[in-house]
Design a protein around this ligand. Structure first.
Ligand code: PLP
Length: 277
């Protein structure tokens, strides 16, 4: 069984090897996607592919894969995986070269893809909601690019874990951007509100799907700046991401959100999302 694709070859995970001078390892010089797979069908693969192209363009790396080659390789990994529901990881780095910040010339990018079983969050997280904390968004100004340079996000997520929470919600100059590894949607006075999709946050695929479902269900939506004060008075706070789908936040920085239970608007959307997938 091959569960990894590396530079044109399929192999077991244990057999996959990357040279130490790979710029992904040395500089975090690469981009990636995580695609949820349900019943061996990738959800919104088209959108993930488009976002990968956006990230590659953002780091000035030509895409070494054609769409047809990418389709073929992910489908083979998906077919050969043990479970029906999977989390598919695809990463492209600027390749192997002597360590020097400037781009190397004539170097082949490294392409890695692997599939692992999709592990859903515990049911209790959906029933009761989760704790989140806030922190200053101290990342860079290219958060729309899904790069492997994730140290800031790693430190922010760990802040949350250290404080007994599952996610860290980020505030840049007093305005909500996203979570350390998720997007944020709020219900404020009956309106589903999300921060503006710009260079300060990743344009989440799950978020886009949820917003489309909201429109279909006739829920009014607004994409606009959200202040710290609005975050704290939201009736509902939900996190969205490919691997965790939608998670209700019922406690923020130790204070109850809404009535302390997952709210009705998000629950409707979550039901619609289950239908969609
Ligand atoms: C920083 C960040 N924002 C948002 C998301 C959610 O994006 P998506 O719904 O495409 O998984 C992620 C996912 O990992 C993320 O890392």
């Amino acid at each position: 069984m091959s569960d990894v694709y590396l530079n044109g070859e399929f192999m077991p995970l244990e057999a996959a090897r990357i040279p130490v001078l790979d710029r992904g390892f040395i500089f975090g010089d690469g981009v990636y996607e995580v695609v949820p797979v349900y019943g061996r069908r990738p959800l919104a693969w088209d959108r993930h592919w488009q976002r990968l192209e956006h990230s590659l363009a953002g780091i000035r790396l030509a895409n070494p894969l054609t769409r047809a080659a990418a389709d073929a390789l992910i489908m083979r990994l998906i077919e050969e995986a043990e479970t029906e529901d999977q989390s598919l990881y695809l990463q492209i780095t600027r390749g192997v070269a002597p360590r020097d910040h400037g781009f190397p010339v004539l170097v082949n990018p490294t392409v890695l893809a692997l599939s692992k079983p999709l592990s859903m969050p515990p049911a209790s997280w959906l029933e009761s909601g989760v704790n989140a904390v806030t922190h200053t968004d101290d990342r860079w100004y290219h958060c729309d690019l899904k790069t492997t340079a994730l140290l800031a996000n790693v430190l922010l997520r760990q802040q949350a874990l250290d404080r007994g929470a599952v996610e860290c919600l980020l505030l840049r100059e007093g305005q909500v951007t996203e979570g350390a590894a998720s997007n944020v949607v709020l219900v404020l006075d009956g309106v589903l509100v999300t921060p503006p999709r710009n260079h300060l946050m990743l344009a989440g695929i799950t978020l886009a799907l949820v917003l489309e479902l909201a429109q279909r269900l006739g829920i009014s939506c607004a994409e606009r700046p959200i202040s710290d004060a609005e975050l704290r008075r939201a009736q509902e706070i939900w996190l969205t991401s490919s691997t965790r789908e939608m998670l209700p936040v019922t406690c923020l920085d130790g204070h109850v959100v809404g009535n302390g239970l997952p709210g009705p608007v998000g629950k409707r959307l979550l039901a619609a999302y289950q239908e969609l997938k």
